[in-house]
Design a binder for this molecule. Structure first.
Ligand code: ADP
Ligand code: ZN
Ligand code: ZN
Length: 703
């Protein structure tokens, strides 16, 4: 008999990823198999009965019918719900089903044959038994389990509401420190009690150990596994198997974990739901948050989306229709911090006023204005810590020649190379091209090369001059390149070995610094005037989140402050921030978005193209745009003209992009569905006109 088997074919292949194979018996859909494909043997998933009517040598039969080589039936088939999720993700994000479904499996699993799988499962059984034994032993001693905190009034109210609601998406809008995690834990307990599995997503790998520890401490005796890209392939396979076999009660992971097969799924939690890292930025560009909402609906389980600064999409979805929202999610609020701790006071340094008083030079030559330096000195004297945020690593973004104006551009990109003083290199952050700093200007020979602007390295150096005696630390992508270095640096901060921490936004997320009573953003203004319409939303979230790091210690909370240096002190974003008023900020932003017909009031897709020349990339985009002219599917979709990408050339490849916008999701998807084959066809040009790569990004996060 014949079975349809799903395989992962190279992109843009004309073959359908569902291929017919011969099998001696009807293996159920979802069964993993190994099948011959060309000269290779690959992992496939049985997707259903084959096409008995089609003659093997008839039209379209590019490959003669072959036999399934092996059936990995030691593993239960991937369930119907999981296959539905994969199919939805493939359709929605316009990728092939084979790529999405097979890509969601642990890479090691795809390599195993039946014998290796059997061996792996035996080892996995043993590991699971050991883990279960280890987990069960502390629970024998009730004294070891920490006493449950008595829920606060707000938590009680939220939990009561959740218990009374039908399953569906819920936005848990709670200040940092309001006890959202405690709500997740209580909801998880309820679901575990009823025999369900719980999936918890966090934005970053770095945040998994903290949360893992909290869940493990709360649920001794329960099997908890994590799924993220920081695991070894063997660990990832082990965790995946535990989830799929139903042995794991709790699965904690980053965005990839949304595809974990969970036969008893009872709850999905998305912590910090606004975080951009839930959106995959390459390959199948899916949003794990959006898929979670879909998955929750499809499997009839509640989805808890938690944030102190929700994405405007989620906020809009949770606003009732009467208030102009979409009314799709329920919203539950927890405005107060546990223990009644005050939120940090927000102080703005008006740079325009300082410049009027002391001259612009005084402002530009120093990274921190005098009142901010004084405030940091006070912390230093009291033995408290300060955090200074600057979202730009390196010493200076550009090096330039004072006599001829030469600048450290990258030979391969339309970007500057960043000056890194620690190893005296000029490094391109886009293509990686790196060279030692030249002794003299490559253009005129003048040795006087000067840094322009400021990155974290330089900020660290300048703060050392402003605060003599302070112990200064720096955390950014450069200082945390080696495994374990972030952890050891964070430990230094926690142990009080650092007075002032300089860092990029990576330190603003999730880490609680108990003795930190000041957080300063020294160059926040850039986001106010960015061409990226989501920049203000990200800035607001970053500052609120960074502020939430400060003063977790109840005793110190009273003197916690967020400092902002700005040329636009009266800007409404900062005014809302001073009041910690996310709803006011969101209302103003949504009004702007609505009047400009932007998301969440419009749905977007971005088509990106890469070619040897900008003309070739644009010609491709023009051609595929023209192809839709007389399509009824295109009537409700606005296709903008192609433009060069924000960074036009990277690693000698020219990049262009084209935006599509529609007021309805369905209208956009009707067009995309018909467009796919046209794109593939048009991309297969020759010579100069050949498109190196193209990609559709549905619901792009930056355009
Ligand atoms: P969020 O996730 O909203 O930032 P957390 O759940 O981490 O907040 O809670 C903040 C702090 O308050 C944590 O140290 C947590 O252990 C504590 N906490 C939470 N709920 C309670 C409670 N009901 N009683 C006492 N402490 C609590
Ligand atoms: Zn020069
Ligand atoms: Zn470069």
């Amino acid at each position: 008999m014949r079975l349809k088997v799903l395989v992962d074919l190279p992109r843009h292949s004309r073959l359908d990823p569902l291929l017919d194979y011969l099998a001696p018996e009807a293996w159920p859909a979802g069964t993993l198999v190994r099948v011959p494909l060309g000269r290779r043997e690959v992992c496939g998933i049985v997707w259903g009965p084959g096409d008995e009517a089609a003659s093997p040598d008839g039209e379209g039969a590019a490959v003669a019918l072959r036999e399934i080589a092996q059936v990995l039936d030691a593993l239960p088939p991937l369930g119907e719900a999981w296959r539905r999720l994969a199919a939805f993700a493939a359709g929605y994000y316009q990728r092939s089903l084979g790529e999405v479904a097979l890509g969601a499996l642990p890479p090691d699993l795809r390599e195993l044959d039946a014998t290796q799988l059997a061996r792996r499962l035996r080892r996995s059984d043993k590991l699971d038994r050991d883990a279960a034994k280890a987990a069960a032993s502390p629970s024998a001693d009730p004294a070891v389990a920490a006493p449950l905190p008595e829920p606060s009034a707000e938590q009680r109210e939220v939990l009561a509401q959740l218990a009374a609601m039908p399953p569906g998406p819920v936005l848990l809008f709670g200040a940092t420190g309001s006890g959202k995690t405690e709500v997740y834990l209580r909801e998880a307990a309820r679901v575990l009690e009823a025999g369900g599995q719980v999936l918890v997503l966090v934005p970053e790998i770095n945040l998994t150990p903290q949360l893992e520890a909290r869940f493990a401490a709360r649920f001794p005796g329960r099997r908890l596994v994590s799924l993220h890209s920081g695991l070894t392939p063997a660990q990832r396979l082990q965790g995946w198997l535990a989830a799929h076999l139903g042995r794991a009660d709790l699965v904690l992971g980053t965005r990839m974990a949304i595809f974990a097969p969970l036969p008893r799924l009872g709850l999905i939690v998305i912590d910090e739901e606004h975080d951009p890292s839930y959106k995959q930025q390459e390959g199948a560009r899916y949003s794990a948050r959006d898929l979670a909402v879909w998955r929750g609906r499809s499997e009839g389980v509640p989805v808890l989306l938690g944030s102190a600064t929700p994405s405007l999409e989620s906020w809009h979805n949770a606003l009732p229709a009467a208030e102009g929202g979409a009314g799709r999610y329920r919203r539950l609020d927890m405005p107060a911090r546990i223990g009644g701790g005050a939120l940090p006071r927000v102080r703005t340094v008006d740079l325009a006023r300082i410049a009027a008083q002391f001259g612009k030079r005084a402002v530009y030559s120093q990274p921190l204005a005098p009142p901010l330096v004084d405030a940091m000195r006070e912390r230093l004297e009291r033995g408290e810590q300060s955090l200074v945020l600057l979202n730009r690593r390196g010493y200076a973004p550009v090096l330039h020649c004072t006599s001829c104006g030469w600048k450290s551009d990258c030979a391969h990109c339309s970007a500057w190379r960043v000056f890194h003083r620690s190893d005296r290199t000029l490094r391109c952050h886009h293509c990686g091209f790196s060279e030692r700093v030249p002794f003299a200007c490559p253009s005129c020979g003048d040795p006087d090369l000067q840094p322009m602007g400021r990155g974290t390295e330089r900020l660290e150096e300048q703060i050392a001059e402003l605060l003599p005696g302070a112990r200064i630390g720096r955390i950014d992508a450069d200082t945390t390149r080696h495994k374990g270095s972030l952890e050891s640096q964070l430990a230094q901060v926690h142990d009080g070995e650092i007075d002032v921490l300089v860092g990029t936004q990576m330190v603003a997320k999730g880490h609680d610094f108990r003795r930190m009573t000041l957080v300063a953003a020294v160059q926040a203004d850039a986001a106010l005037f960015s061409s990226d319409f989501r920049a203000p939303e990200r800035l607001f979230a970053l500052l609120m989140q960074a502020g939430g790091r400060a003063g977790r210690d109840a005793e110190l909370a009273g003197r916690s402050e967020i400092w902002l240096q700005t040329w636009h002190a009266a800007h409404p974003l900062y005014a809302a921030l001073r009041r910690h008023d996310y709803p006011a900020f969101a209302a103003a932003q949504l009004l702007e978005r609505e009047s400009a017909a932007m998301p969440p009031y419009a749905f977007q897709a971005l088509l990106r193209a890469e070619a040897r020349s900008q003309q070739a990339a644009c010609a491709f985009l023009d051609a595929v745009s023209a192809a839709t002219l007389d399509w009824p599917e295109a009537a409700e979709v606005l296709i903008f003209p192609p433009v060069p990408a924000p960074i036009q050339r990277v690693a000698d490849v020219e990049r262009a992009q084209m935006l599509l916008e529609a007021s309805s999701r369905q209208a956009l998807h009707r067009l995309l569905a018909r467009w796919q084959p046209v794109l593939a066809e048009a991309a297969a040009g020759t010579g100069e006109a050949r498109i190196l790569r193209w990609a559709l990004d549905v619901d792009p996060l930056s355009i």
